[in-house]
Ligand binder design. Sequence first.
Ligand code: XBP
Ligand code: MG
Length: 232
Amino acid sequence: MRAVIFDVDGTLVDSERDGHRVAFNLAFGDLGLPYRWSVEEYGPLLKVTGGRERLTHYLRGEGLDDAHAGELARRLHPLKNEHFLALIAEGRIPARNGVARLLADLEEAGLTVAVATTGSREWVEPLLDRLFGLDRFTVLVAGDDVSKKKPDPQAYELALERLELAPEDAVAIEDSLQGLRAAHAARLPCVVCPSPYARGDDLSDAELLASSFEEVGVEDVRRVAAAGLRAR
Ligand code: XBP
Ligand code: MG
């Protein structure tokens, strides 16, 4: 194994319930819209990856036609990202427990660390820089770089291409079913530590399923790499 490719939302950072969700609601308020996403109703919405796609999906569900839903989503998403950037600046988006130590241990073991996320580069870079230091990630693939988002494998395939590695040389680290599916579709073995919203997902075909990153060490990741993709 040469590299570990980390997801961002729910994996490197705890960013959805008190981060993106809050920012989406502030954006709805900016435009005087009646919509608000409660903690409960936001979970199912995470099945749609990509904030703008999630907005379009939700607005269509509220009865807007495709054109109006798409147009309103395109106005709302930048507003949401502005609010999310403010939350980052206030220090309100924390790293997930145990992940900074795992990052340091992987680096100390001489492994390359990279990122493959569905999130927007405009906030991914400042957030990862603030929490970890951006230069630690040899490659960073963001939602802007792909035409198809998770569970499509494109983000992971692009990360492997930029790393000049084959799937056998890497392991993916994820938090959700959409991410696990994307990693497997890219033929990457995957370690999953479910985030709060992913608790109901069937993650049983992960190569390693752990309840917290505090339980995951370099040797666990090496074992996942050595065993490779589980036969399915
Ligand atoms: C999670 C996502 C993202 C975030 C919102 O990405 O689906 O869309 O929910 O960020 P991952 P944006 O788990 O792959 O990091 O609004 O910038 O898309
Ligand atoms: Mg995620």
